[in-house]
Design a protein around this ligand. Structure first.
Ligand code: GLA
Length: 735
């Protein structure tokens, strides 16, 4: 990694291990032009790439046609209303109602390491020897708006992070209407657009399509990153594979509304942007006030999707997730949600705990329904005191009993919500988001607490902390089961109502920040109706997130493939559940369910006292398998070998130890194909010279002795198995 500034050409060059990012200061005014982002190069003078006319662009020299220059300039900081008709990355309204803005270079500093973002916002971090940061100081001299733009490069991954901090240095009010975190202009080559779309129970499906002229975007104004679209976008060479082709992936360390957009212009330029969604957003900056735009991340890979994936995984494992659990095996948990739903009591939970202990499970998690008078999802959110009818003797008694059995204890809460039928709502009806005179829009019969108000945040924190302080609770599943509507707060003036979505996320971050500070050893698993808030912002607070409410092993192949495209396996909550599956009604072998859950945090979500004896009998071996492989799964390099989504027959992925001494391959034959004998699987990522022992967890299949070269090029032969949904684990160890 290296950041340099070439005084002669006024060019900044940011190098990651395999990529370079260049931009240049132009003219006396100080426009910032984007020069290059791609495979690492040594040159710094590439200003000819900015040559959109007879000579490199500098508006003050060619004032006669300034507008036409502005509209094709590769701009690092696209302004608004001054000739660049493409999407702006910043829109600011002044007191006179004008919205013209253009940031210009004023100075810079190159720093060791990486400074934290303001407001305790989630962001990547790095020690002084692990990263370098460029702080670029910019200004709109007319508005007197300053911007500090931060770029960080890391020694151990090909990622670059971007963040922007704005300050009103004038004596007049400014209103930010849009402020992107990242904007990259580039020439269209043969890129297609890859995004992750979804719905409840089918989050993060991979979708790839050509990029047409005009703007193509994904986004959310649901108040969270959402099931539906994901704050990730990749430009992918048309013929890119896992190992070849150019890929530019961008991701957003933010858990609220976002807009990810690519625009293809009349000149075949692309503008790629990531930021807070400008719809339903505005932020007032009184004189002297500041605004922090969240951090965005980009990864360029000239080695296909696989290298992009591994770069994101390394960045998030090494520089984002802070939990003390990040480098540890998580306890194997059993969650009672799909086992009992709301119908449980102390005795039922203890019977699950006793049976779980016998089989090697390490923690019981009590899900929804333990508080207030909650016997279904119609009431009690906000009343975080134990329901003694279900749990006589209270939480402490239950937790102590579970601990005596030899299991840790975890709990479910949904702190951001309030049921209209709750004591909290009866006491504080104004604490829910609401637009005066409108009937509040319920979802799952609940409303959302107005976390833009400090007194509400303080109350919520105390409610959660009181529960956690009351017993030996070692894990918290923090859920959020509806999206935001009715954005109105009595805590904000009319002109500041546009800040609500942003301030809500700040409230969530403040809560989780305080939580991990007071309970540093708590294992926090975030969740939102399954995986609607599976984003890097939440990973900053908790090391794992519930990936989806869909626990069917076959559906999970696609959900986990899309999720693992960006996020490390160590962050994906994955459980073995009962069959027929509660979401899709499919019956899959218990063995396959275990293999698929092994790609995540691993646990169970079923009534262990009632499942078939042959399934129960398999649990000790699955527990052993988890202990044997989890270090590798958590810390290794992930390779996608084949995708059921593409071939409609089978799925296959691999994790290789960083030192290439070991690998684990999961193969799932989803559909038996008639009159097919089998297929070759090529296993990448190992040392081509080294000899490996290849074993299969299917006793019928003989072990092999092969070099890494043979595994990657010749591959191994997998016979077609009888029936559907069959899986095999392949363990490869250096000899
Ligand atoms: C959400 C979660 C589930 C479960 C329920 C409880 O849907 O994703 O895992 O906790 O809430 O109501």
């Amino acid at each position: 990694m290296n950041i340099t500034y070439d005084e002669r050409t006024r060019t900044f060059k940011l190098d990651t291990p395999k990529t370079s990012y260049l931009f240049q200061i132009l003219g006396e005014e100080g426009f910032v032009g984007h020069v290059y982002y791609g495979t690492r190069i040594e040159d710094t003078d590439l200003s000819y790439l900015l040559c959109v006319g007879p000579e490199p662009f500098a508006p003050s020299h060619t004032d006669r046609e300034r507008a036409s220059y502005m509209d094709k300039f590769l701009s690092e900081f696209p302004g608004h209303g001054l000739g660049d008709y493409r999407e702006s990355s910043l829109v600011v309204r002044d007191e006179d109602g004008h919205e013209a803005v253009q940031l210009l270079y004023r100075g810079h500093r190159i720093l060791k390491g990486k400074p934290a973002l303001k407001n305790g916002f989630p962001a990547t971090f790095a020690g002084e020897d692990e990263a370098q940061t460029l702080e670029l100081i910019l200004e709109d001299p007319v508005l007197k708006l300053s911007c500090h733009a931060f770029y960080t490069v890391f020694a151990d991954t090909d990622a670059i992070t971007f963040s922007r901090y704005f300050k009103n240095e004038s004596d007049r009010k400014l209103i930010i209407k849009k402020a992107d975190s990242l904007s990259i202009d580039m020439w269209q080559e043969d890129y297609e657009l890859l995004t992750l779309h979804g719905s409840w129970a089918r989050e993060r499906s991979i979708d790839q399509r050509p990029i047409g002229y005009g703007k193509t975007s994904v986004g959310s104004y649901r108040g969270e990153s959402s099931h539906q679209e994901h704050p990730f976008m990749a430009l992918v060479s048309e013929k890119a594979t896992q190992e070849t082709g150019n890929v530019l992936g961008v991701n957003f360390i933010w858990s609220g509304n976002f807009l990810a957009q690519v625009e293809k212009t009349q000149f075949d330029l692309l503008r790629v942007q990531m930021g807070i969604h400008p719809d339903q957003f505005s932020y007032v900056l009184a004189p002297g006030e500041a605004f922090q735009a969240p951090e965005a991340v980009s990864v360029f890979s000239a080695e296909g999707l696989g290298h992009m994936t591994r770069s994101f995984h390394d960045l998030y494992r090494n520089h984002l997730i802070r939990s003390p659990y990040k480098n540890k095996k998580r306890p194997i948990l059993i969650n009672n949600w799909e086992a009992t739903y709301f119908d449980f009591n102390t005795e039922k939970l203890l019977s699950i705990a006793r049976e779980a202990k016998k089989l090697g499970i390490e923690m019981l998690v009590m899900d929804d329904g333990w508080f207030g008078k909650r016997n279904d999802d119609n009431s009690s959110l906000g009343d975080w005191f134990v329901n003694e009818e279900k749990l006589p003797g209270g939480l402490k008694y239950l937790v102590d009993e579970v601990n005596k059995i030899g299991l840790k204890f975890g709990i479910w809460m949904e702190p951001e919500m309030i049921s209209p039928d709750s004591d909290l709502y009866r006491a504080h009806p104004d604490w829910a988001f609401q637009v005066p005179d409108r009937i509040p829009t319920r979802s799952r019969n609940q409303l959302v607490l107005d976390l833009s108000r400090q007194e509400v945040v303080d109350h919520v924190f105390e409610m959660v902390a009181k529960v956690l302080r009351s017993a030996n609770i070692e894990y918290l599943k923090w859920d959020m089961n509806r999206q935001l509507t009715d954005l109105g707060s009595i805590g904000l003036s009319p002109e500041r109502q546009g800040e609500l979505y942003y301030r809500y996320v700040m409230g969530v971050y403040q809560l989780q920040g305080r939580l991990v500070q007071e309970f540093p050893n708590l294992l926090l698993e975030n969740c939102s109706g399954g995986g609607a808030r599976f984003d890097p912002g939440m990973l900053y607070f908790g090391p794992q997130i519930w990936t989806s409410d869909d626990t069917d092993a076959i559906e999970r192949l696609g959900i986990q493939e899309g999720t693992a495209l960006v996020y490390p396996l160590s962050s994906m909550g994955a459980h073995v559940s009962d069959c027929p599956n509660h979401t899709v009604g499919r019956t899959t072998p218990f063995r396959t369910r275990g293999h698929v859950a092994l790609a995540g945090t691993f646990g169970y979500e079923l009534d262990i006292t009632k499942i078939p004896e042959e399934d129960r009998a398999m649990i000790p071996a699955q527990v052993e398998m988890y202990h044997k492989y989890n270090d590798l799964v958590r810390c290794g390099d992930y390779y996608r070998i084949a995708s059921f989504r593409e071939n409609h027959l089978y799925d296959c992925y691999e994790v290789v130890a960083k030192d290439k001494s070991e690998a684990l391959v999961t193969y799932v034959q989803v559909m038996r194909r008639p009159n097919q004998h089998g297929r070759v699987l090529r296993i990448p990522g190992l040392d081509p010279e080294r000899k490996y022992l290849v074993t299969f967890d299917d006793s019928e299949k003989k072990s092999l002795h092969l070099t890494g070269g043979a595994l990657a090029n010749a591959g191994i032969w997998m016979e077609e198995q009888w029936g559907d949904f069959k899986s095999i684990l392949i363990h490869i160890t250096a000899e």
